[in-house]
Design a protein around this ligand. Structure first.
Ligand code: DQA
Length: 149
């Protein structure tokens, strides 16, 4: 396990943060979120990599890469794949580090189909409904769980 490596994965449509349904997802862009995460990581000497894809297979390959580089944790917002993807669940099950599932919105306050998450079957912790600051909450949790330089 590479204690100082953390992988952050963003699923489909999250590249549109800031302009996509701002009433639900707010005005912060994905670039801003990733920059803030990098700043926090730098302060504690963590090596963080952030990746967004609209393609299920690319997210799965990124999970495999996190497995191979021995990432201490994956912070993942699988977006709509949360509710559909057994393949992402299977990839996360093959990963040995911590898994934190993040949702910007409170999915339990929304449509019924968002109430089920395949990823939650693997997640060590779930953060939902805190807006984009959920990613920082997740990173703090990972740091407190023992990620260090
Ligand atoms: C989301 C919630 C999902 O239901 C939705 O499909 C998303 C974003 C969130 O961050 O609140 O794309 O994961």
């Amino acid at each position: 396990m590479n204690q100082h490596k953390v992988t952050v994965l963003h699923g489909p449509n999250l590249n549109l943060l800031g302009v996509r349904q701002p009433d639900v997802y707010g005005y912060e862009t994905l670039d801003n979120i990733n920059t803030s995460l990098h700043e926090t990581a730098l302060m504690v000497g963590l090596d963080i990599s952030c990746f967004q894809s609209n393609h299920e297979g690319e997210l799965i390959e990124a999970i495999h890469a996190a497995r191979l580089d021995g990432s201490f944790a994956i912070i993942i917002n699988p977006a709509a794949y949360t509710h559909t993807s057994v393949a992402i669940l299977d990839a996360l099950n093959a990963f040995e580090g911590k898994v934190i599932e993040v949702h910007i919105s409170n999915v339990y306050k929304r449509e019924g189909f968002r109430h089920h998450s395949y990823v939650s079957l693997r997640a060590d912790g779930i953060i939902a409904g805190f807006g984009t600051q959920g990613y920082q909450i997740a990173l703090n949790a990972v740091i407190n769980a023992g990620a260090y330089e």
